[in-house]
Design a protein around this ligand. Structure first.
Ligand code: SF4
Ligand code: SF4
Ligand code: SF4
Length: 250
C-alpha cells in the first residue's frame, strides 16, 4: 500500500475564501482526504488571535517542516487584494481609520516567495477548486514517488484560451478593459463568461509582454492610471510590469 503524505493547510492573512473553495469540493474532498493524513488545518482548528498574527514565524516554521510548500490563492502567490494598500498613501489611510496610529506597523504585503522557497503556486481569488484537485493529486504522486524535482506545472497560456473554448463574445473587442490576453488561464474564464472583463486575479503569464494590450487599451480611451488601477486590484501591477514598474509602491 502507498504511504500517505501528511498535509497541513494553513491560513495566514487572508479572507479564507480559498479554503471554502476546497470544502466546496464536497465528497471529492473527502475522497482526497482519504489519500492523505491531515496534519493541521488551522481554519478548522481555530487558532487564537495572537497566533494568527505571527505570520512570518509560522511561515518559516512551515517551510522548515515541509517537503513541499504550495502558495494557495492570489494572497499567498501574488499579494492579492490586501496589496491594494501598498499602492496608496499608507499614512493617510491609517490616519483615516485609526485615531492613534503612531505605533501601528504597516509593512508592505509580501507574497510567500518573497520570504521562502515555494514549490508550487496555485493562484486565483479564490482558487479554482478543479485545478486545486488536479494539482493536489499530482503533488501526492510526486511525494509518493520521491520525484520532488518534477513538480506539476500550470500551463502558461492566457485566459483568452479558455474564454474562446467557451465561445464567449470578446469583451475587449467590445471596448471593455479585459486583461485576458496577458493573464494566466486555469480559472476557466468565469469572469468573461459572465460578461465581466478579466481583472487578472491569477496574475500574468510568465515573461509576458503587456505592451500590446496596454497600447490597445490606451487606444480604446483608457488612461494609464485606469489600467494601473485594475492591475492593483489583485496586487499584480508589479508582476505585470517588472521592468520598470510604472508606479512603484509607496
Ligand atoms: S486569494 Fe482571494 S479568496 Fe483566496 S484567501 Fe485571498 S482574498 Fe480570499
Ligand atoms: S473577453 Fe477577454 S478573456 Fe475573453 S477572449 Fe476577449 S480579451 Fe480574451
Ligand atoms: S477571468 Fe481573470 S479575474 Fe476572472 S478568475 Fe480568471 S484570471 Fe481571475
Amino acid at each position: 500500500m502507498m504511504k500517505k503524505p501528511t498535509i497541513a493547510i494553513t491560513s495566514l492573512t487572508c479572507c479564507e475564501g480559498c479554503q471554502v473553495a476546497i470544502l466546496d469540493l464536497g465528497e471529492r474532498f473527502l475522497d482526497l482526504a482519504g489519500d492523505v493524513k491531515i496534519g493541521d488545518w488551522a481554519f478548522l482548528e481555530e487558532l487564537t488571535p495572537a497566533e494568527k498574527f505571527e505570520n512570518k514565524s509560522r511561515l518559516f516554521d512551515l517551510r522548515k517542516k515541509s517537503k513541499i510548500l504550495v502558495a494557495l490563492g492570489s494572497c499567498a502567490a501574488l499579494g492579492g487584494i490586501a496589496e491594494i494598500k501598498d499602492y496608496q498613501d499608507k499614512e493617510e489611510r491609517l490616519r483615516y481609520v485609526y485615531k492613534n496610529f503612531e505605533n501601528i506597523q504597516n509593512a508592505n504585503v509580501q507574497s510567500l516567495k518573497e520570504l521562502v522557497k515555494v514549490d508550487l503556486e496555485i493562484p486565483g481569488c479564490p482558487i479554482n477548486k478543479e485545478e486545486f484537485l488536479e494539482l493536489t493529486k499530482k503533488l501526492i504522486a510526486v511525494w509518493q514517488t520521491g520525484t520532488l524535482d518534477q513538480m506539476p506545472k500550470i500551463l502558461q497560456r492566457p485566459v483568452c484560451y479558455e474564454c474562446q473554448l467557451k465561445q464567449n463574445k470578446c469583451l475587449l473587442q467590445e471596448g471593455l478593459p479585459c486583461l485576458g490576453p496577458i493573464m494566466l488561464a486555469g480559472c476557466g474564464a468565469p469572469c468573461p463568461s459572465n460578461n465581466y472583463p478579466c481583472d487578472g486575479c491569477r496574475g500574468p503569464i510568465k515573461n509576458v509582454n503587456p505592451d500590446n494590450l496596454n497600447k490597445q487599451l490606451i487606444k480604446q480611451g483608457y488612461s494609464q492610471r485606469e489600467i494601473d488601477l485594475i492591475l492593483q486590484r489583485f496586487g499584480v501591477l508589479e508582476e505585470t510590469y517588472p521592468l520598470p514598474p510604472i508606479q512603484n509602491k509607496k
